[in-house]
Every structure is written in structure tokens, then in C-alpha cells.
Write a protein of this length. Structure first.
Length: 72
């Protein structure tokens, strides 16, 4: 399978800090028992989470987007 890059994920997420936050949240979900949204055998949770974001399977909720705009 092709390597995942930050550039692949940045096409879906507005900044790298948000990408880090989204990835961390997704890893926690997976480790708490959530199923993967893509098939990816023998990979670490972080890699699979980044692949899910790059594939557009993980998106930021509108409420969180609005809060981010208010903080800036």
C-alpha cells in the first residue's frame, strides 16, 4: 500500500495543528473500540487514522469548526 503523507491529509484539513488534533481523537476512538473505516492490515492506529483522514472518512464537525474560528 502507498505511503501516507501529511500533504495527502492537508488536502482535507485546514492546518497541521488541527490535523494532529483530529488524528489523536481518532486514535483514541479506535483504541476505545471503534472499528476502522478503511481496510488496512497490520498498521498502527496512527497510520490508519491518517489514512482515514486523507480518504475523507473522518471530518470535523461544524460546531468544532465554528469554535475554531471564534478562537482565532
Amino acid at each position: 500500500m502507498a505511503r501516507i503523507t501529511i500533504e495527502d491529509c492537508m488536502k482535507r484539513v485546514s492546518n497541521r495543528f488541527l490535523l494532529c488534533n483530529m488524528t489523536a481523537r481518532r486514535v483514541r476512538q479506535v483504541r476505545d473500540g471503534s472499528e476502522y473505516l478503511i481496510s488496512s492490515p497490520k498498521n498502527e492506529d496512527i497510520v490508519v487514522s491518517l489514512r482515514e483522514i486523507a480518504a475523507g472518512k473522518i471530518i470535523l464537525k461544524e460546531k468544532e469548526k465554528e469554535k475554531e474560528k471564534e478562537d482565532n
